[in-house]
Design a protein around this ligand. Structure first.
Ligand SMILES: Nc1nc2c(c(=O)[nH]1)N[C@H]1C(S)=C(S)[C@@H](COP(=O)(O)O)O[C@H]1N2
Ligand SMILES: [Mo]
Length: 359
């Protein structure tokens, strides 16, 4: 198969949002399993698929600049982590007024098994300067920007996807940030960042730079369109904040929303996740503003992995029933009733409301 055929096959099961640059949601089935098959994993790209020369340059304020290839990474100890990635724009479609940006429904979220090396071990080989502040990650992708830049001095005719993380975060072994070269046991495909990408657990997926080409240690805080322009919560009533950790959220996966079900006992189930600690409880409400009942919550099967929950519902009365589901995490964060509106439409973790018609 040539590249074009390969892409057609790997994209066939997704719900396309934008053909170029290619952006696509996962189908509902993607949330059913522990691990999302690669062909069902959502894709979000800001630019056309880039060519990558296979080299990873590490420089800036370091004592030993390095050039690594996939073989160098394969020679290092490998780690595998299941990581739930969610786009910060997931759920944007439910915000009012509707913000600009990709009109994501609720399926820009997936969980894959990523294999790679620890970023902190790679960076340690380059020996970052003691006065390093940020670490800047450059993707190989660049081109005309399909959205309107937020920063005033941006040339939208040729932009590159560049993001930074604090050096303290990158150097912390507990952060477990990966340079991943495999996804669900296969080499990364082109849509997911071949030949290697960052995987930053717990963060909204914008931090997980694909097609990673350069890593530079900076002695000043990084500013750029994808760091301080877009991916900022522009609140109406308080200071702006950067998009960082995923907000706590639960989704109902079964029965399908708006489906007709036969009266009797019914298991409602779904997934819950958070970037600010494991989910500690999930509650279900069956009557709009009424009481909340605890759902059964499975313990996490990994530190960065969505959790299963289920609720036995006696759906005896025929008619239309509403079901709401609300997750709480170990840090005490709870989902809000109403989307937390911000100008660019990030971080919508409002309580999901679905209805079922019982017959
Ligand atoms: N180089 C590069 N990395 C990127 C992006 C991008 O446009 N270019 N998009 C980011 C965003 S916003 C998301 S949500 C995730 C999506 O990862 P996926 O396509 O593997 O699901 O990649 C992130 N990494
Ligand atoms: Mo995203």
């Amino acid at each position: 198969m040539d590249h074009t055929d390969e892409l057609q096959v790997s994209r066939a099961a997704l719900q396309m949002i934008n053909p170029a640059p290619y952006n696509a949601e996962a189908p509902a089935a993607a949330l059913a399993d522990e691990i999302t098959p690669t062909a069902l994993h959502y894709v979000r790209s800001n630019f056309p698929l880039p060519d990558h020369d296979g080299r990873l340059e590490i420089g800036g304020a370091v004592a030993h600049p390095l050039t690594l290839t996939i073989d160098d990474l394969l020679a290092m100890p490998s780690v595998e982590r299941a990581v739930t990635l969610e786009c910060a724009g997931n759920g944007r479609l439910a915000m009012r007024p509707l913000p600009s940006g990709e009109p994501w429904g609720d399926y820009a979220v997936s969980t894959a098994r990523w294999t790679g090396v620890f970023l902190h071990e790679v960076l340690a080989r380059a020996v970052p300067a003691a006065d390093g502040v940020d670490v800047r990650f450059s993707g190989a992708d660049h081109g005309a920007y399909h959205l309107t830049p937020v920063l005033a001095d941006i040339d939208r005719s040729d932009l590159r996807f560049v993001r930074a993380l604090p050096l303290a975060t990158v150097a912390d072994p507990a952060a477990e940030i990966l340079i991943a070269y495999a996804m669900n046991g296969e080499p990364l495909n082109r849509d997911h960042g071949a030949p290697f990408r960052l995987i930053v657990p717990h963060w909204y997926a914008v931090a997980s730079v694909k097609w990673l080409q350069r890593i530079d240690v900076l002695t000043e805080a990084y500013t750029g369109e994808f760091q301080t322009g877009h991916y900022i919560y522009e609140w109406a009533d308080r200071p702006h904040e950067p998009v960082d950790l995923m907000h706590v959220r639960a989704r109902i996966t079964e029965p399908a929303a708006e489906s007709t079900i036969v009266s009797g006992r019914c298991t409602v189930r779904g997934k819950a996740w958070s970037g600010t600690g494991p989910v500690t409880r999930v509650d279900v409400s069956l009557t709009g503003a009424g009481e909340w009942y605890p759902a059964e919550l499975r313990p996490p099967t990994g530190p960065y992995h969505w959790q299963d929950w289920s609720f036995e519902w006696d759906a005896d009365a025929i008619g239309r029933h509403t079901v709401r589901v609300r997750a709480t995490d170990a840090a005490g964060n709870v989902q809000p009733e109403v989307p937390p509106w911000n100008r660019l439409g990030y971080g919508n973790n409002a309580i999901e409301v679905v209805y079922f018609d019982v017959v």
